[in-house]
Design a protein around this ligand. Sequence first.
Ligand code: UD1
Ligand code: CA
Length: 456
Amino acid sequence: MAIIMKLSVIILAAGQGTRMKSALPKVMHKLAGIPMLEHVYNRSLELGAEDIHIVYGHGGEHLHDYCSDFDVEWVLQDQQLGTAHAVQQASPGIADDHIVLILYGDVPLIKSKTLKALIDNVSSDSISLLTVVLEDPCGYGRIIRHDGEAVAIVEHKDATEEQKKITEVNTGILALHAGYLNECLNKIDNRNVQGEYYLTDVIQLGVKDGKKIITSQPDNTYEVEGVNDRKQLSKLERIKQQEQVELIMAEGVSVADPARIDIRGELDIGSDSFIDINCVFAGNVTVGRNVTIGPGCVISDSTIADGCIIKPYSVIEKATIDNNVEVGPFARLRPGAHLKQNSRVGNFVEVKNTQLGEGSKASHLSYLGDTEVGSMVNIGAGTITCNYDGANKHKTIIKDGAFIGSDTQLVAPVTVGKNATIGAGSTITRDTEDEKLTLSRTAQKTIKGWERPKKI
Ligand code: UD1
Ligand code: CA
């Protein structure tokens, strides 16, 4: 029976990231809506890591604050003396009988599948190394092979002209037994061109100790690409976006242009839905089947049920939309908006912390805040709920079947009765009766003898 060994992950993130030219630590820069470091952390969790160690450097102290919900050991690398030195800061905290996997906080697109295959190759007799063949290997450590077997890694700066021609390079990602790693780290010195402690020396040391170096490769080179500047980050962003959009298309969703959609978080969307160009999805968004989303919509942390039509340029945040609802164009749904079946919110309507009942409509130019709207209610154009008195928020209740005339102000707290009608242009400050017409207007008059002023 195979013994399943526990996994420890060390994520190196002590690099200064100066080329980002940013006050934010490099690994906190976001890719597809979440920090690069969080991508790497999430992969570590997917692999079932027993413990995760993040090595940070000076200026990285803020990482703790940004990532306070991470379940990790934070390890400071006081001076950056090389990758072996970085690993050595964390390795004393790892049990000898674990497998250690080395990852990088600025290599965000690495896949769990690639890492699983890498870890599977680790044994007490072997070290598992992820390599990749590059058209332009300049700058990378080269994989030296004898009779086909990997026997060493030579850094670009230490390589001979002949070695520089080798196109198989070290990705930096490797896995091995923790006990053996610690043995090696004690032996690594900094006698090389850069005067650094090279983690790559474990390969030569391993070969000397009779270990086999088992190499594997990722399916795609971008998985092992690191980010040093904003241009590289934007390149990986597009790759990640393309990958995400291909997943939803494979689930039966049509996308007008896969190059013009951004998913910054999780988008779970049903088949036969259609997404037009330039939509942004952020946080956790769930969309049902047969939903049409027009161009330019920004949707975050919301749920949209089957058959809805979201018209162009609508902004939807923390809202719940039931079946067959129409929204927009130019609608704004704010946190706590709940639109029930067959309801409709039209252009320039803002809805906050409000329930709009079945079949109810607010088609034009309205603000509904802290309101409970029953079913089959018609909210006329320009209706405003005055929910805020300057100190507190108050509730408006509009019962089933009510008809609110255009340009009405409902001064909360106030209740509009069932099947009540409010005359256009009213300011309603007291509860209105069921079934009755209520209005508050000054009588219309015509001023006799009035003339328009004339230009002098
Ligand atoms: C390293 C590898 C090289 C490989 C390349 C892949 C070594 C000696 N070389 O070279 O074979 O081809 O990665 O990108 O390992 N870091 C620390 N503390 C340190 C030094 C580095 O945390 O003291 C972190 C950096 O933040 C960075 C990563 O380790 O994320 C790699 O360090 P870097 O100095 O960029 O290594 P390379 O010279 O690129
Ligand atoms: Ca370096």
